[in-house]
Design a protein around this ligand. Structure first.
Ligand code: PEP
Ligand code: MG
Length: 755
């Protein structure tokens, strides 16, 4: 920079840039003047702007320093060369020796072979890359962090010029698939089940920023502070409205969100951007761009959620700064389905709940904060619909089929008819299920099966009553840890476990100790990345290395149980010695409580999860030390078949009804049965009626499943004649073949078992 690097340099550059923009004239001319200006101010021999054209191609639109004849001729695919790399990763790149970088792609028409160093940043708008801004130097130059920041700030201003549509048409800027008016279907992941039909309402149509470069940074800092204060009080009002049904984690989520709005780091970053010469709204958008770029890189679901919350907050802040309407004051169609790339929890609450019928997200996960809040509102949610924002337009008719994790865009008449029929059947099924809710899960010939629910959120607990389940067969204690802002102390944990036990009343609850690690990462706990986290430092491996953590959890469970039965289950037990070590810690904790005169649980039952195949050969020894066993079929299957359960390419490859899995399950049933110890199964398999038929034949009488599966399972069990099924089973179960599924399916269809 002419006056050396630093904020004042950035500010001066922005000022000059504003003059160029204000001069008017053709956009191309302003672009040409801009590259000249940037090259001069940043002491670079080259400054070039590449813009994204249809077909994911980056075209050189203006340059200072490269050969002029290359303008509008040089084109790179996204991902090709260094410029393409910056676009595909949406992140800056600064290289002192660019020519030896493996991604370097030489284009003779540009004459760039003489430039050694390169720094480039993406030009971002609404979370999408629309171009790349690059500077190059003849000598080897180490670009500083501040210089990268400056170039990013300039790129923001350029983004608005590009968005005007004069350089690249608006249609080209909005990538489409060319079949915008035809019906489409997108597959996603069901985050909240259900069916919905409605009109697409695109969340957050991009707000247009008029002024990016500040006249008076002091005034902008004041505007930013005022807007932050306004936003804070409006969030307080929104969250204290208290009109979401029930009590549970969504309050934790919203409380954390409220704390996020006060996050000093976030506020400081925006303030720094104001100091560099941006207006308050441009500063918010710049920090938002950074957040979005990080979101692309982060794979950890929890961290992505936090970043999504920040994105949400930035949108709110922009609305306050621009005096724009909040979504709730937008007129929603009578039946609206909100469509968003990602969304924070509070934004969902802005919408008129009487008209909001569903939510579809391009991103999102089960523990997405918005999904947790949506579950509290009981609206269907689909997540991870790829290219959603490119394929859905405002006003498109949509159908969400949560049962099949599918979104229909502009559905054809026959889809609509099918939808109407599904809705009708759903109502009928609901009525039929309601009628059997209080009837026992017993086969026609009198075999009783205990159907339990898997839970993790407090809001799951009322499902006990709604489904008539026999208890909570698996309470995943890590879930509250994952949605909390910081590590829950003993008091907080006690409170959660007590609420679970109170909610369950007389019904049994099995608490599983923390199963963190693998994909379940706690953000407040820094850990080294692992090559194979599913097989790494997780669950009781962590607990035994950090015994204080486990003891605190056990203490909280004892406090909560006080006088009641406490059932504890340890996850990922691999050898008997581990279970013994866990039991020792449990004993120490019981003694400690007794010494202190704290009321003890009425009884303590200890169980182990059978998830690691090694346990299959230690069952008799293990059974001497536990009161019960529960098979975690999700992990058992993943380890038995060496198939990552989270990798769709591997996860669907082997069936739970494959001979190897069935023999493993039969072995657990046989040995536990001989030892006279209760055993059950609590993986996804338990909720599948076909798999449940196999489990019944193998001797399983306790199944724990996702709450929505309980009533359909009860209906299936009540329609079975167990002895007839067993006769069939004995004929087929030793047959060759990859799976018994089709044989059992045939049986179910022939015998009209509701599936
Ligand atoms: C399992 O592995 O089957 C199980 C129930 O535990 P989780 O899905 O929480 O790993
Ligand atoms: Mg498991």
């Amino acid at each position: 920079m002419t006056d050396g690097t630093g904020l004042s340099g950035a500010r001066m550059l922005l000022k000059r840039l504003r003059n160029v923009m204000a001069r008017g004239g053709a956009a191309q001319l302003r672009l040409d003047q801009t590259v000249k200006l940037i090259a001069g101010e940043m002491v670079a021999e080259v400054c070039s702007i590449y813009l994204l054209r249809a077909g994911e191609v980056l075209e050189l639109f203006a340059t200072e320093g490269l050969k002029k004849e290359a303008v509008h001729k040089t084109r790179l695919r996204v991902g090709e060369g260094l410029v393409g790399d910056i676009a595909s990763h949406a992140r800056p790149l600064a290289l002192a020796d660019a020519q030896h970088h493996p991604q370097f792609a030489y284009r003779p028409e540009t004459g760039e072979e003489v430039y050694q160093s390169l720094m480039g940043v993406p030009i971002l708008r609404a979370g999408r890359v629309i171009g790349v801004l690059v500077i190059q130097n003849r000598t080897r130059r180490q670009y500083s962090e501040e210089e990268i920041e400056t170039l990013e700030t300039v790129a923001m201003v350029l983004a608005e010029l590009v968005a005007s549509g004069e350089l690249v048409s608006q249609e080209e800027l909005r990538p489409g698939d060319g079949i915008a008016l035809l019906p489409l279907r997108l597959d996603g992941v069901t985050l909240c089940p259900g069916l919905a039909r409605g009109i697409a309402v695109l969340h957050q149509p991009t707000l247009q920023l008029q002024n990016l470069v500040a006249e008076d940074p002091g005034r902008e800092a004041e505007r930013l502070n005022d807007a932050l204060a306004e936003m804070q009080s409006s969030i307080d009002t929104l969250l204290s409205a208290g009109d979401i049904a029930g009590h549970g984690e969504h309050f934790d989520v919203l409380e954390t969100y409220r704390l996020f709005a006060q996050d000093q780091g976030w506020r400081n970053r925006m303030m720094e951007a104001v100091q560099s010469g941006l207006t308050a709204e441009a500063a918010v958008q710049k920090v938002q761009n950074d957040t979005r770029a990080r979101m692309r890189e982060v794979t950890d679901a929890y961290l992505r959620e936090r970043l999504a919350d920040l994105d949400d907050l930035a949108n709110r802040l922009l609305r306050h700064l621009l005096g724009a309407a909040v979504p709730s004051t937008r007129r929603l169609p009578e039946e609206a389905i909100v469509v968003a790339r990602t969304m924070g929890p509070a934004d969902l609450l802005d919408y008129d709940r009487t008209r909001l019928k569903g939510l579809v997200l391009e991103e999102g996960s089960q523990n997405a904060h918005v999904a947790i809040v949506a579950r509290a509102l009981d609206i269907p949610v689909l997540g991870r619909c790829q290219e959603l924002m490119q394929k859905v337009g405002d006003g498109d008719p949509l159908v969400i089929d949560g049962d099949n994790a599918t979104l229909f865009i502009r559905p054809s008449e026959d889809i609509l008819q099918t939808f109407a029929e599904s809705m009708r059947q759903r109502v009928m099924k609901r009525e039929a299920y309601a009628a059997i809710r209080d009837l026992p899960a017993v086969t026609r010939d009198g075999i009783k099966v205990d159907l339990h629910i898997n839970a993790g959120l407090l809001m799951d607990v009322p499902q006990l009553a709604a489904t008539g389940a026999a208890g909570i067969g698996l309470y995943r204690t890590e879930i509250p840890f994952m949605i909390s802002h910081d590590y829950p102390d003993v008091t907080r944990q006690t409170e959660i476990y007590r609420k679970v036990l109170d909610g369950a009343g007389d019904l049994p609850v099995i608490f599983r100790t923390l199963d963190i690690g693998s994909d379940k990462v706690l953000p407040y706990w820094n850990r080294d990345p692992e090559e194979n986290p599913a097989m790494g430092w997780r669950a009781i491996r962590i607990a035994l290395d950090r015994p204080a953590m486990l003891r605190q959890q056990l203490r909280a469970m004892m406090n909560a149980a006080a006088g009641r039965t406490l059932s504890i289950m340890f996850p990922m037990v691999t050898e008997v010695a581990e279970l013994e070590a866990c039991r020792r810690l449990l004993d120490l904790e019981l003694q400690r409580q007794a010494r202190r005169g704290v009321p003890l649980p009425g009884a303590v039952r200890v169980g182990a999860m059978v998830e690691v195949p090694a346990l299959l050969w230690q069952l008799p020894e293990l059974l001497q030390r536990v009161d019960f066993l529960s098979v975690g079929s999700n992990d058992l299957q993943q380890f038995l078949f060496a198939a990552d359960r989270d990798n769709p390419a591997a996860a669907g490859r082997y069936d739970t009804l494959a001979p190897a899995m069935l023999r493993a399950l039969a072995e657990v049933a046989r040995v536990a049965g001989e030892a006279g110890k209760p055993f059950g199964l609590c993986g996804e398999m338990a909720g599948d009626p076909i798999a449940a038929m196999a489990l019944l034949c193998l001797g399983y009488r306790a199944l724990s499943m996702a709450p929505p599966r309980v009533l359909p399972m009860r209906a299936a069990i009540r329609s079975l004649d167990f002895n007839a099924l067993l006769g069939y089973w004995q004929n087929v179960w030793h047959l060759d073949g990859p799976s018994l599924r089709s044989a059992l399916l045939d049986y179910a269809l022939d015998h009209k078992i509701p599936l």
